[in-house]
Design a protein around this ligand. Structure first.
Ligand SMILES: [Zn+2]
Length: 105
């Protein structure tokens, strides 16, 4: 039991992240064109089952990144790690501001 808890707590979601491995040029071009490109299968214990990892390209940040598919068909998507951090920061600031307004109104 303890081993299971330790194993789960030791692993955290490593995605999305900036591309940190070699991928072929065809995959990179497909990612730039917005074509879903599976690059490997991750068996990180964070996931309940082996997870397909895709290569994405962010037009805003001009980077390739790795992520798994979010959402449900037919509306599945990848998210750039830098865009993701930006959205998290915007949401945090907005919530903090709204909470402050609510507290002092
Ligand atoms: Zn981005």
């Amino acid at each position: 039991m303890n081993i299971t808890i330790n194993k789960l707590s030791a692993s955290k979601n490593p995605y999305p992240r900036i591309l940190d491995r070699k991928v072929n040029v065809i995959s990179k071009i497909k990612a730039v064109l917005g074509i879903l490109t599976e690059v490997f299968i991750d068996d990180n214990p964070y996931f309940k089952a082996p997870m397909k990892i895709y290569l994405g390209f962010c037009r805003k940040h001009k980077i390739w990144y790795l992520d798994y598919l979010h959402g449900f068909p037919p509306n599945q998507y990848l998210i750039c790690p830098l865009c993701y951090n930006r959205v998290k920061l915007l949401m945090y600031n907005r919530l903090r501001r709204e909470y402050a307004d609510w507290c002092y109104s």
